[in-house]
Design a protein around this ligand. Structure first.
Ligand SMILES: Cc1ncc(COP(=O)(O)O)c(C=O)c1O
Length: 378
């Protein structure tokens, strides 16, 4: 008996299909964010990186691992060891499954319990450090544990996302997607943690659009742009070290956003546009909203949303957590405060600076061209 014929006219489907989960990474959607989050007549385009299987870091995890294998730095079946606050861990778990490597992620108590459980479900080993480093904070404590795990495992490889140039070049496709989706881009709003996606996307977009305005978004208490380290609730963006991947020369301005302001924006987005995320999405959206209000109405603004909201139900979207940490405040001011120099004073709420320099005075390295820095155990 022959099988029945399919109906003559099937509706066209544009959703991607893939034979492996890695095949679903990239080609993420864009959504227009306008009224009521913004004022009438203006808005911005949000690139929803939460539509990747894990988040924005799927792109870099697959790329860093693939390149290390190609160069012979990571041999078949050798362990991958990395420090992460979460999103890269999900990406590495995906890369481990894709290429057949055990994955060991080092994190601290700030990682949401559901993230730890999810990483374990994806087959990653989660190593928790229990005390911050006296100077370098949790991040330095995590890096030291990574060094111990590398020393213990012959052939173990660390992508070193903070200094690995593959963490920058991994984002070239994201920039090309934006060019294809938007045609012309006048401004890019992007959060900065390791500096990877801002450097990768920003450098490619500048080649296409030399007058592009690139706006970096950091958290208060982060050292990246020259402020002193202070305790930080926000994760993903910000740092207590000076990552080598930050392309300081690309930024026209930096905005520091405080946790209550990011919470306000993430919650408001959820309520009126559904598409939202956590700390970095809130901070980016707040900044993009201001930019849309201050640039000409016809400007095309792209804002990168690194992940979605699911991971933040116990923090950004938990009334109990937000009350406990004093995060449920009224709407932030409609514009940031200004400082002329990133070291003018310690900023504790939304503040902008249009002079961006490397606080360590390092000379600019073309994005993606830095000497390779990933670490392999002997
Ligand atoms: C949720 C989230 N937002 C923003 C960032 C910052 O991205 P990048 O490390 O590319 O600067 C990260 C990095 O881990 C992240 O996980």
């Amino acid at each position: 008996m022959t099988s029945p014929c399919p109906p003559a006219a099937l509706p066209t489907v544009s959703a991607p299909s893939a034979r492996t989960p890695a095949g679903l990474v990239g080609n993420t959607p864009l959504i227009w964010v306008g009224e009521p989050f913004t004022g009438p007549g203006h808005g911005f385009w949000a690139k929803l990186e939460g539509a990747n299987p894990g988040g924005i870091k799927d792109r870099t995890a697959l790329h860093m691992v693939g390149e290390a294998r190609r160069r012979g730095e990571l041999r078949g079946g050798a362990p991958i060891v990395e420090s992460t606050s979460g999103t890269l861990g999900l990406g590495l778990a995906l890369a481990g499954i894709t290429y057949g490597h055990p994955v060991r992620v080092v994190t601290d108590p700030g990682m949401e319990p559901m993230m730890r459980e999810l990483l374990t479900a994806y087959g990653a080993e989660v190593h928790l450090v229990d005390a911050p480093h006296p100077v370098g904070g949790w991040q330095q404590a995590r890096r030291e544990r990574v060094a111990e795990l590398l020393a213990a495992g012959p052939g173990a490889w660390c992508p070193d996302q903070y200094h690995n140039p593959d963490n920058v070049s991994a984002y070239r496709p994201l920039a090309h997607e934006l060019v294809t989706q938007l045609g012309r881009i006048d401004a890019l709003v992007v959060s900065v943690g390791t500096g990877g996606h801002s450097a990768g996307v920003g450098s490619v977009l500048r080649e296409f659009f030399p007058r592009l305005r690139i706006v970096g978004v950091d958290t208060t208490g982060s050292t990246i742009f020259g402020q002193p380290a202070a305790p930080r609730l926000m994760r993903g963006l910000g740092s207590s070290i000076h990552p080598g991947n930050v392309a300081y020369d690309l930024f026209d301005e930096v905005h520091w956003v405080a946790a209550p302001e990011a919470v306000w924006a993430a919650r408001r987005l959820a309520r009126c546009h559904y598409a939202t995320g956590g700390w970095s999405v809130g901070a980016v959206a707040l900044t993009a909203r201001w930019l849309a209000a201050t640039m000409p109405a016809e400007s095309r603004i792209a804002a990168i949303f690194p992940d979605g909201p699911q991971r933040y139900t116990g923090t950004v979207f938990s009334d109990a957590y937000c009350r406990e940490h004093g995060l449920l405040t009224t709407a932030p001011p409609s514009a940031p405060q200004e400082i002329a120099d990133t070291t003018e004073r310690i900023v504790t709420s939304w503040t902008r600076c249009t002079t961006v320099t490397d606080p360590l005075g390092r000379s600019a390295v073309p994005a993606g061209a830095a000497p390779h820095a990933a670490v392999v155990a002997p």
